[in-house]
Write a protein that binds this ligand. Structure first.
Ligand SMILES: *[C@@H]1O[C@H](CO)[C@@H](O)[C@H](O)[C@H]1NC(C)=O
Ligand SMILES: *[C@@H]1O[C@H](CO)[C@@H](O)[C@H](O)[C@H]1NC(C)=O
Ligand SMILES: *[C@@H]1O[C@H](CO)[C@@H](O)[C@H](O)[C@H]1NC(C)=O
Ligand SMILES: *[C@@H]1O[C@H](CO)[C@@H](O)[C@H](O)[C@H]1NC(C)=O
Length: 507
């Protein structure tokens, strides 16, 4: 779980000790397992929507609610009204339509019971048609008239409490409470007699008000049902490419705290090809608290190193990690002549023959994330092939252990990265050409790693993989940091198209 560290009220905790204490306190607060000693399985990716992000979503929801609300037709109202002097009049208000709603302020607050959204001081404009008829003993044939009217509703308060739960891996949104309250209405009739105005206000004012209250509540509940079915229809897997998919199944119930909503998703890569059964086991991890530094951000996304390791595993199994290299920047290294001084016996046996390097990763690379630091250990087998008379002859194989350090970055909505070589060690695995001088080969290997292996890996890493995010939105003002076993991304979100809420959340 991530917590936005708002500088204004947490500024005093700026030194490391205080932060550690706070960290422990928050861990105690938010993971009951801490005190009870049982493990709560956490997702490998967690997404926290902070205050600022909640406001953003709330504004989208309110905008969406208003635009789906109008025009809203209310049921016709009719009544026999006793008017002094005139007598009993049959008045019908029809075609009552809310055609404009203006929300001046709204708030959102997650809490134990649910997420409460309140729009207050809203106004609404309605139009309607009126008609009346009556007869008196003097004129039994009767009088009638009709016209239009406009109604202004002031002080409209709408409150909505939503429940958000995990239902078999998808989010279930439900309406726990929905209320609408009209404070005041004013009616303006076009035409009609003066008694009519008073009659309509007295007899219908309350009824129009409660009709607005009912209709708005009903419409909002319908809207939430639609939003819920949209959430239910979200896929549980997002294809990354032909080989891998990201498991975006929600795990655990969302944690609603006073200023954030924490969602956890499984977050592991799985092989698209179901023939390759991924029986890789990742230890359960416990949700943990992290901070976004600096100015408040909308969302925090934290990725456990197992996300990267599951990717490593899937691509390794899909045979993505070996390369046959026949072109390198220093092409002389791919001819036995270039090795004349390094491995004289090779040149002697196969003079001036071209060579191939067969580089293959021998176990899935293990990635570790530490404070400000991503490390990976890669085991390579580099087989030296000689091309002699149209034949590929493997002549030696060198095992190389490479230590890489990496950095992560956000490129568009992708988590991308790059690695650099820290150091490597080598040993001869086998040789058909006798003993090799490993010290002499060291320099050649270093060149090959730097000019062939790393550029290749970095080319792939730079593309990265998409973060499970709201489709149609992009990250901006993004900060990325590495902490113990996690990459933490703190970011704002902007919609690519203003108020494009449909669909709200499709990966
Ligand atoms: C209802 O009112 C709207 C606008 O106020 C008008 O365009 C429409 O024709 C009316 N419908 C009927 C059936 O009178
Ligand atoms: C709608 O009502 C508000 C006040 O409730 C008023 O200020 C505004 O002019 C009205 N708009 C229209 C189009 O009638
Ligand atoms: C995706 O994650 C869920 C929750 O962790 C798990 O139950 C499910 O088996 C996973 N799906 C695949 C295809 O691995
Ligand atoms: C490359 O080497 C691996 C073993 O290191 C071997 O399995 C594979 O067949 C070789 N590929 C080529 C094209 O030589």
């Amino acid at each position: 779980m991530l917590q936005s560290r708002h500088p204004s009220y947490l500024g005093m905790f700026s030194n490391f000790m205080a932060r550690t204490v706070l960290f422990i306190l928050l861990s105690l607060l938010f993971s009951p397992s801490f005190s009870h000693g049982e493990t709560v399985e956490g997702g490998f990716i967690s997404v926290d929507i902070f205050d600022k992000g909640l406001d953003f979503v709330k504004d989208l929801l309110v905008h969406k609610a208003v635009s789906s609300l109008i025009p809203l037709q209310l049921p016709q109202i009719e009544k026999y009204v006793k008017i002094p002097i005139v007598g009993e009049v049959h008045i019908v208000l029809s075609n009552i339509t809310i055609y404009q709603v203006h929300v001046s302020s709204s708030t959102v607050e997650p809490g134990d019971t649910g997420i409460t959204i309140v729009a207050s001081g809203a106004t609404a404009n309605l139009s309607m048609d009126w008609r009346y008829s009556y007869s008196t003993w003097l004129f039994p044939i009767g009088f009638s008239d009709k016209g239009g009217a406009s109604v202004q509703v002031e002080g409209l308060e709408v409150g909505l409490t939503l429940g958000l739960k995990n239902q078999q891996g998808t989010l279930k949104l439900s309406v726990l409470e929905c209320g609408c309250y009209v404070k005041d209405i004013s009616i303006k009739l076009d035409g009609g007699a003066s008694w009519l105005y008073q009659g309509v206000v007295d007899a219908f004012g309350g009824k129009i008000g409660s009709s607005v209250e009912d209709a708005v509540s009903k419409k909002l509940e319908d809207g939430i049902v639609k939003l819920d079915s949209l959430l239910q229809s979200l896929p549980k897997e997002v294809a990354i490419d032909d080989t891998a998919a990201l498991n975006v199944t929600f795990v655990n119930d969302p944690v609603l705290s006073y200023s954030s909503i924490d969602l956890e998703i499984d977050g592991l890569f799985t092989a698209t090809d179901e023939v390759v059964v991924s029986n890789h086991y990742y230890e359960n991890i416990r949700s943990s608290v992290f901070f976004c530094q600096g100015p408040a951000k909308m969302v925090g996304i934290s990725l456990h190193e197992n996300v990267l390791n599951s990717a490593s595993f899937v691509y390794f199994n899909a045979d993505f990690m070996h390369w046959s290299v026949d072109k390198i920047p220093d092409q002389s290294l791919l001819n036995t002549a270039g090795w004349r001084h390094i491995v004289p016996q090779l040149y002697k046996k196969y003079p001036n023959d071209d060579m191939n390097l067969n580089i293959s990763v021998s176990t899935p690379p293990i990635i570790k994330i530490a404070q400000e630091n991503i490390n990976a250990k890669v085991y390579l087998d580099v087989t030296i092939d000689v091309l002699d008379a149209g034949e590929v002859i493997p002549v030696a194989c060198i095992s190389v252990i490479i230590r890489l350090s990496g950095s992560a970055e956000i490129s568009r909505n992708n988590l991308a990265g790059s690695v650099k070589l820290n150091d490597f060690s080598m040993s001869l695995k086998w040789s058909e050409i006798g003993k090799l001088h490993m010290q002499l080969i060291q320099t050649v290997m270093s060149t090959i790693l730097k000019t062939v292996f790393l550029p290749y890996v970095n080319l792939r890493l730079r593309r990265g993989f998409p973060l499970p995010l709201f489709h149609g939105y992009r990250l901006q003002n993004t900060q990325i940091l590495c902490t113990d076993s996690r990459i933490v991304i703190c970011s704002d979100v902007a919609s690519l198209k203003q108020y494009n809420l449909n669909p709200l959340m499709v990966y």
